[in-house]
Design a protein around this ligand. Structure first.
Ligand code: HEC
Ligand code: HEC
Length: 314
């Protein structure tokens, strides 16, 4: 079951976890099943909800099963099969490694893998479903995260108005067209980091949010002082649905995001040379609105309503 999109680069899929219809179906159930959490109340979808492009219901920080609150905003899960790194600091590479973490994170699902595996083994359906997906009914933590990763690789969003425009199947309004030009030229200068396909070139940048970043971001994962304040460039596909914005959800609206870039941000040790600290972009209020109109063409309603990505228990 190859996952291809005509406009995206080939997806790198781990050799030991090829995607199959049965694996994706199992992963879908696991993604939506609160059986993974310590008290049976929370699933991955509790913080990654499809109508919000798999971000957390407009919340700045997510609440774990015990009511604890984290310090980073739950990212949207959009075209994550192409992620080169996962988490804002990129501390893991594959989706398989990523899925190991929330289950045992004390401020998230707060469970143990022994416990998860035990409850799945005792379940009336799961042993059979693991058999279909992996050829034997053996249940291990590795197989759980492999199935979830297979499901996440089907989170493909490539049917926004922008994509239909590129295929010649939709027209942009004049505001959207002007916004597109600002985005992809030196005036707005967004495209160097948010490219025209996945809308993230995939590496880590400091965009001048804080002079002394309270969260070291990439610097946490790499222990390199040159990485402090850098965060993974998020995709902008479906960004209209994923407020609030940035790693800590500090901006409630796209207007606030545009105001940040337009002001030029603040100087910090690792601020990216593309950010015009002290000068700003010099956009007029109308140009900011045009850029926002363009960003909204990246909303893909067929993705957020795709029945194959929806809760299988409903
Ligand atoms: C309590 C809320 C919560 C739950 C439950 C949760 N997540 Fe997340 N998720 C987050 C937050 C917050 C982050 C960002 C953390 C960071 O960057 O340090 C995140 C990050 C991710 C990422 C990285 C995306 C990227 O582009 O970097 C993936 C993938 C993901 N979660 C999948 C899952 C899966 C699969 C599950 C279930 C096994 C799950 N999440 C459960 C809140 C949650
Ligand atoms: C130097 C690279 C770079 C440039 C140039 C850049 N961005 Fe970003 N963008 C990022 C990074 C990195 C983040 C996340 C920063 C963080 O959370 O600390 C981000 C975050 C965003 C977000 C929030 C997305 C979310 O899910 O939270 C939006 C919206 C955005 N950028 C739009 C734009 C627009 C519009 C432009 C052009 C005016 C632009 N960016 C220019 C790197 C860049």
């Amino acid at each position: 079951m190859p996952i291809v999109s005509p406009r995206f680069p080939p997806m790198a899929i781990p050799e030991d976890n090829p995607t199959s219809v049965q694996g994706v179906e199992l992963g879908r159930r696991l993604f939506y099943d609160p059986i993974l959490s310590g008290d049976g109340t929370q699933s991955c979808a509790s913080c990654h909800a499809q109508p919000f492009a798999f971000s957390d219901h407009g919340q700045r920080f997510s609440r774990g099963i015990d009511g604890s609150i984290g310090t980073r905003n739950a990212p949207a899960l959009v075209n994550v099969g192409w992620n080169l790194h996962n988490f804002w600091d990129g501390r893991v590479e594959t989706l398989e490694e990523q899925a190991l973490e929330p289950v045992v994170n004390p401020i998230e699902m707060n469970n143990t893998w022994e416990n998860v595996v035990e409850s799945l083994r005792r379940h009336p359906d799961y042993p059979r479903l693991f058999g279909h997906a992996f050829g034997s009914s053996e249940i291990t933590a590795q197989r759980v995260v492999q199935a979830i990763a297979q499901f996440e690789r089907t989170f493909v969003s490539d049917d926004s108005k922008y994509d239909r425009f590129l295929r010649g199947a939709a027209l942009l309004s004049s505001a959207e067209q002007r916004g597109l030009e600002l985005f992809f030229t030196e005036t707005g200068d967004c495209f160097h980091c948010h490219d025209e396909r996945l809308f993230s070139v995939g590496d880590f940048r400091d965009i001048g949010l804080d002079s002394i970043p309270p969260d070291p971001g990439r610097g946490d994962a790499s222990a390199d002082p040159n990485d402090v304040g850098r965060f993974k460039i998020p995709t902008l596909r479906n960004v209209e649905l994923t407020a609030p914005y940035m790693h800590d959800g500090r901006f409630a609206t796209l207007e606030e995001v545009l105001e940040h870039y337009n002001s030029g941000g603040v100087h910090s040790r690792n601020v990216d040379p593309l950010i015009r600290v002290g000068r700003g972009l010099g956009l007029t209020p109308e140009q900011k609105q045009d850029l926002i109109a363009f960003l909204k063409t990246l909303t893909d309603t067929s993705f957020v309503r795709n029945p194959q990505l929806a809760n299988p228990f409903e």
